[in-house]
Design a protein around this ligand. Sequence first.
Ligand SMILES: [Zn+2]
Length: 161
Amino acid sequence: MVDGLVEEGWRAFLAREFGELSAEEEREVAAMVIDELDRHLWRVVDAAYDRLACEECGGRLSRGPGGCATCDRAHGYRYAAVEVDRPGVVPGNEHALRVNVSVVRRPYGISEKELLARRLALPILLEGHLPTTAQAQAARAILARGGSGEEYAAHIYRDLG
Ligand SMILES: [Zn+2]
């Protein structure tokens, strides 16, 4: 589902700017996007990284294991990409979505509970909600006490009214 979000953005970008491309041409476009990533939407940039191989670890660029310097650097650059809230959502929603997608797709250096909370928040963010920090922390405390994903989500939805 998370990869699908990013892919959707990529397909829309290609259709708008280029039409049908071969896999090789897509990689060329991906390299071009990464060269000027501050001019593109974050979903397009994340999908472009997926199409490029890391010269250091051989994985998908920016998603290599923790400790690959090239991937770490690429991961840092990704935040220069543009984010635009979707129509009708709470301002800041797209940023929260972007951060959660980034963490779920590159889950290094965080706890399992944190990863679970990030993953559980995705559908809520996709619906256009934006829990406050306090609401998110209260919901995470439920997970920390051994609560289920359903209880986590139910708590957030109750807080959101
Ligand atoms: Zn790497």
